[in-house]
Write a protein that binds this ligand. Structure first.
Ligand code: V07
Length: 258
């Protein structure tokens, strides 16, 4: 895949063939920002931006699958998003079932395993039912883990881990002075997953916004001005290419491995 620039085909490679099969990120996380702005700039309702964002989710999943990425975590709804108008929240809460009604068969065919992180409490039953069905029907798949962060906030996740540790301490199951990072990790919702190697955020915002703060401690961060509905497979490959350039000198070992 070559990009056409000013009418000529230049040798700027934007496809998966330009990427090294070694040194792929195992886990890519994405903050899918800019759906509302994309819609506003086009004089469309915000719902149109969210729906268009769903098409970009499909493209990101396809790109991750094509590269053989192991984990893709998508920030679909934050604990802050409840502050939006009720009609918009209601619309967003229907997107998981809308997405899965169209995509679940293909996800199964592609051996994708669907998961969710975030607080189940507060999510409508119809949303959870659709997601639970997808989780159940893909539980045995061994391909890409497609992890949706829904009603997720990193501080809330860390707070719950702290509460669980405090309960264990009070009950005498753990000695406070012996608590390790692994004990915290084991109580996060991402327990057992590798940490994201690469975080992508669209729409020009340069913040972490309460997303996987513990897990992103050593991740490469890649930002683009492109709005999420405009995000293509080529952008995904571009981000992974940049990840490979940045981490090449580690020779597969991360952070201080030289
Ligand atoms: C949502 C579309 C993508 C841009 C970000 C906001 C809007 C896919 C899902 C989804 C969630 C769980 C699941 C399957 C699909 C989704 C929400 C919003 C709340 F199991 N896109 N998408 N969920 N948007």
């Amino acid at each position: 895949m070559f990009e056409r620039i000013r009418g000529r085909t230049e040798t700027r490679v934007t496809g998966p063939e330009a990427l090294s099969p070694d040194n792929l990120p195992q886990h890519v996380a994405i903050i899918m920002d800019g759906n509302g702005r994309w819609a506003r700039e086009r004089g469309l309702p915000r719902a149109a931006g969210h729906r268009s964002g769903m098409q970009a989710v499909k493209r990101a999943v396809r790109a991750a699958n094509r590269l053989g990425i192991r984990y893709l975590t998508l920030y679909a709804f934050s604990t802050e998003n409840w502050k939006r108008p009720k009609a918009e929240v209601d619309f967003l809460m229907r997107l998981p079932q809308e997405f899965l009604a169209i995509e679940l068969d293909e996800l199964i065919a592609n051996n994708v395993q669907v998961r969710m992180i975030g607080q189940r409490e507060g999510l409508p039953a119809h949303t959870l039912e659709a997601i639970d069905e997808a989780i159940r029907r893909t539980a045995g798949n061994c391909g890409l883990v497609l992890n949706f962060a829904l009603n997720y906030g990193s501080r809330k996740e860390l707070l719950e881990a702290a509460r669980a540790l405090a309960r264990d301490a009070v009950e005498g199951r753990i000695d406070p002075d012996a608590i390790t990072e692994a004990d915290i990790e084991a109580r996060l919702q991402t327990s057992g997953m590798p940490e994201p190697d690469l975080l992508i955020r669209t729409s020009g915002e340069l913040r972490i916004s309460n997303f996987m703060m513990w897990q992103l401690a050593y991740s490469e961060l890649w930002f683009t001005d492109v709005y999420w509905p405009e995000f293509t497979e080529a952008h995904f490959y571009e981000a992974v290419g940049e990840y490979q350039r940045r981490t090449r000198r580690y020779g597969g070992l991360k952070d201080g491995g030289e």
